[in-house]
Design a binder for this molecule. Structure first.
Ligand SMILES: Nc1ncnc2c1ncn2[C@@H]1O[C@H](COP(=O)(O)OS(=O)(=O)O)[C@@H](OP(=O)(O)O)[C@H]1O
Length: 369
């Protein structure tokens, strides 16, 4: 009778063939255990030798919880302005789940890192910049910081590494973005962005300068209810009816003048002007232009928007399912005070030549007159 060597020795000694199979099985098992470990969100906390500074920072954030970190960062970034409109707290509920999934599961697989922004929403204040950023954040190829970094105007001395650290982790092929509306009107900013990268794509959300000025005033008054009337701030001397172009609410609306400064550094093709009005009436149409400009797929389409008649604005909805649409917070879409129609008309006349120049420069009639 033939005995196998195993039985012959009275011990269970696996043959080399079986050993190989066992080895492969163990490797597979370890991989599966690791993947399950990752899927419950632990693998990003496993110390690995080649951790970047960025990922270390993320681990620290996870340890303190995302809320405490972002609040701290926002306070710092607000730079005493304490402007609720600057906080990245809009639409967090709708993007929150996706972000958590990204952070906890995907980042370790995708070799993510923090990058300087390749595209920036540079203005204008009260143009609809928050809405545009939140619409863009729905796109899987966009990673954007929620709060306004104010790097190129207020925090430039902190250096590019400080700026990079504020950015979210992004994978290969994803665009990093931020929005700071004051960049468009700040003299030093074009040169500074050019120094960071002359290829930076620049997006400006523009809105009828008269409505924009009233919106700006409404925001200031919500924080300082005792400020003088819009009418008295508009004129240097009310009787002379000379418009005070040093008042920032008026100054910001001189879009053509500010654009001249940008064109000293960037070609027109690198700037995209988004209509703040159309962003409300046709968000999908404006988003198509923006996505084309950024060179990303048209993912954010009409199915993401639901017009809320009570609010008078488009809100965001998930294309699948029938969950409640999410609207921007109450600092967006404030009720404007009634302004003396004569003053409004004076402002319209004042802006007319500047608007026309702006239409010519951008080859786009925004229809404000
Ligand atoms: N979808 C949606 N929901 C709410 N509000 C919207 C939306 N799209 C554009 N807007 C308009 O955005 C205006 C605020 O502009 P910004 O976000 O650029 O303001 S800020 O500079 O960041 O403070 C804000 O101005 P006000 O209406 O004067 O408050 C809105 O008119």
């Amino acid at each position: 009778m033939d005995y196998s060597p195993i039985l012959n020795n009275q011990h269970v000694v696996p043959s080399p063939h079986v050993k190989n199979k066992l080895f492969v099985f163990c490797i597979m098992l370890s991989l599966w255990v690791y993947m399950i470990y990752c899927c419950v969100g632990y693998c990003s906390t496993v110390p690995v030798p080649n951790l970047t500074y960025g990922s270390l920072n993320r681990l620290e954030n996870e340890a303190h919880g995302p809320e405490s970190d972002s609040l701290g960062a926002h306070r710092d970034l607000l730079n005493n302005d304490n402007d609720p409109d600057s906080r990245g707290d809009e639409f967090d509920e709708i993007t929150g789940e996706a972000k958590a999934f990204d952070d906890n599961v995907m980042s370790s697989f995708l070799n993510e890192s923090k990058k300087l922004p390749q595209a920036i929403i540079i203005g204008v204040k009260k143009g609809g910049t928050r809405a545009l950023l939140e619409f863009l954040r729905l796109h899987p190829d966009i990673r954007a910081v929620g709060a306004e970094p104010h790097f190129f105007d207020r925090n430039y001395d902190k250096g590019l590494e400080w700026y990079r650290e504020l950015m979210p982790e992004s994978a290969e092929g994803q665009l990093t973005m931020e929005k700071t509306p004051s960049y468009y009107v700040t003299k030093e900013v074009p040169a500074r962005i050019y120094t960071m990268s002359k290829d930076t794509k620049l997006i400006v959300v523009v809105r009828d300068p008269v409505t924009r000025a009233i919106s700006d005033y409404t925001q200031t008054r919500s924080k300082k209810p005792d400020i003088p009337s819009f009418e008295s701030l508009t004129f240097k001397n009310k009787s002379a009816a000379v418009i005070d172009t040093t008042w920032s609410a008026v100054q910001i609306g001189l879009y053509a003048k500010h654009l001249e400064r940008w064109l000293q550094y960037f070609p027109m093709e690198q700037l995209l002007f988004v209509s703040g009005e159309r962003l409300i009436t046709d968000p999908a149409g404006e988003m198509a232009r923006v996505q084309d400009f950024l060179g990303i797929r048209r993912v954010v389409t009409g199915k993401y928007f639901h017009f809320n008649p009570a609010k008078g604005f488009p809100c965001l909805k998930r294309p699948e399912g029938n969950s409640k649409p999410h609207c921007l917070g109450k600092t967006k879409g404030r009720t404007h005070p009634n302004i003396d129609p004569e003053v409004v008309q004076r402002l319209r006349d004042f802006y007319k030549p500047f608007n026309n120049k702006f239409y010519t420069m951008t080859a786009h009639d925004f229809g404000w007159d």
